[in-house]
Write a protein that binds this ligand. Structure first.
Ligand code: HEC
Length: 154
């Protein structure tokens, strides 16, 4: 094998190994990773949020895999799912009024932000632009973190 081919294959292998580590289940968002429970929300609101966040976590795991592997169809599906789920003004179940009044304004701002950034990602994936999709992924993650920090009062 030509030397440069060898180097290229070694690099490809290393990249593959890195990716495998990144995508290995233990590195995924674990079901027992919880944000600390806030005292200011009642049990109904927390149960609804937890349900919603379990779906975000699952979508996000699949999204990161789809983005790095340039599976743009799957990236688009997952981003749309995250955007559609970011609609706590109209929860799919439970008492919307109670939940809304328990949450701070910042929560809804970050929710809008998440929905917008997830739609950007879906649009980039629809354009078949893998690099723009990766950049949009960073923005989606940023919206997740923003709300979590606001929620924790940081
Ligand atoms: C609008 C606010 C908001 C946004 C945006 C948001 N989260 Fe959350 N997230 C929360 C809240 C509130 C909790 C804590 C719920 C609770 O009390 O259990 C939470 C908790 C979590 C948890 C831990 C599970 C739990 O129940 O504590 C995961 C995982 C999670 N979020 C993932 C995500 C991901 C991934 C995104 C972005 C795609 C995201 N979140 C975006 C508000 C948000």
């Amino acid at each position: 094998m030509h030397r440069s081919t060898l180097v290229a294959s070694a690099l490809a292998l290393a990249a593959g190994a890195g990716l495998a580590v990144l995508l290995t289940p233990s590195r995924r968002i674990a079901h027992d990773r919880l944000l600390p429970q806030p005292a200011h929300l009642d049990a109904t609101a927390r149960a609804l949020l937890r349900q919603r966040m379990a779906r975000h976590g699952a979508d996000m795991n699949e999204l990161v895999a789809a983005v790095v592997l340039a599976d743009l169809d799957e990236a688009q599906r997952r981003a749309r799912s995250i955007a559609e789920d970011a609609n706590l003004a109209r929860p799919l179940s439970g008492d919307a009024t109670e939940l809304n009044s328990a949450l701070p304004q910042a929560f809804f701002r970050f929710q809008d932000e998440l929905r917008a950034r997830a739609r950007d990602l879906a649009a980039a994936a629809a354009r078949r632009d893998a690099q723009a999709t990766a950049a949009a992924f960073g923005q989606v993650a940023s919206a997740c973190v923003g709300c979590h920090l606001a929620y924790l009062g940081r």
